[in-house]
Ligand binder design. Structure first.
Ligand code: ZN
Ligand code: ZN
Length: 313
């Protein structure tokens, strides 16, 4: 009995849908965190008619002078906020000038980190939101986005080359000053490891490298699914060929290490989800094999003692 795993490809490519959405000029609107359960994100509209955000007791309203001061700072500073990760070995005592924060829920608990934001007083004075909008698309905390890294606004956008990030926090002064704290999702070729034969075409590697970016750089939302390689017999657990996915993580802050991938086949390398694998025909074995490795083994001439050589990658 031979089982096979082959990624399907019948669905409409996601990039087409993204293309239509991203063709519009990004136009940020905000949904106050307090209103999230009541109303959906309003459509983009001129700032003058934007609904006033509901005041939170934890965030007293800024005075006009403070608002003008922060606005001037944001307008004259290209990258107004920086995230500084605090390595585990260099924990410092809390002081009045240092605000150590913790980010967990980064797909993998080993990515949890402590960090600081500078300048913290300005960041914390910005109102916190649950969602923001790009064109007609509403994007919430926890969702993943495409981030453009050039000012190029003409010509087709290369979606695979866009940066990808997960939105962790949304803060804004007004609709023209919207900032996102994000964790980067790297492509294999963006990391030191480089792209290997086993990496899927749309494979992303979550990291704990945090950043604060301008929401105007966002080109739309993407879905990134988790592929649990051990769920072998559930075809829905497997990413489609046109689906962004992650299966392992990179600890950028503490150990610079990757979490483990399952190794299969006689060559003991991971599976590429874009390529077919088959299980060994011996039902007591059932090991997943790369079809390439089986083909290579079949064409190798037998050695003098009659046994086939172990295929090498
Ligand atoms: Zn193999
Ligand atoms: Zn076998």
């Amino acid at each position: 009995m031979t089982r096979t795993k082959r990624p399907g490809g019948s669905k409409k490519r996601k990039s087409e849908a993204i293309d239509e959405r991203a063709a519009k000029r990004p136009n940020n609107t905000l949904e106050p965190i307090q209103d999230a359960a009541i109303a959906p994100t309003p459509p983009p509209e001129p700032i003058a008619s934007a609904p006033a955000p509901v005041q939170s007791p934890a965030q007293p309203k800024l005075s006009d002078a403070d608002t003008a001061h922060i606005k001037a700072y944001l307008d004259r500073t290209e990258r107004p906020f920086a995230v500084l990760a605090i390595p585990a070995s260099k924990k410092r005592k809390r002081s009045s000038t240092s605000h150590q924060l913790i980010q967990d829920d980064l797909y993998d608990s080993r990515l949890t980190l402590q960090y600081e934001i500078k300048p913290f007083d300005k960041w914390s004075s910005l109102r916190k939101y649950k969602k923001f909008s790009v064109g007609s698309e509403s994007i919430g905390c926890g969702e993943c986005v495409l981030v453009k890294h050039t000012d190029e606004t003409t010509g087709p956008i290369d979606y695979d080359a866009q940066w990808k990030a997960r939105v962790l926090e949304i803060r804004a002064l007004d609709q023209e000053h919207v900032y996102l704290r994000v964790a980067w999702l790297n492509r294999p070729e963006d990391l030191e490891i480089g792209r290997k034969r086993y990496h899927g075409k749309l494979e992303l590697i979550p990291t704990n490298q945090l950043d604060i970016i301008d929401a105007m750089a966002v080109n739309g939302r993407i879905d990134v699914m988790h592929w649990d390689e051990l769920l072998d017999d559930d075809p829905k657990a497997m990413p489609e060929e046109d689906q962004y996915f992650w299966r392992y993580t990179y600890d950028f802050v503490h150990t610079k290490s990757y979490s483990k991938l399952r190794e299969i086949c006689v060559c003991k390398t991971p599976q590429n989800p874009d390529e077919l694998i088959v299980s060994c025909e011996n039902k007591d074995c059932g090991q997943w094999m790369h079809t390439k490795c089986i083909a290579e083994a079949a064409v190798k001439p037998p050695t003098t003692n009659g046994t086939a050589k172990t295929p090498q990658k």
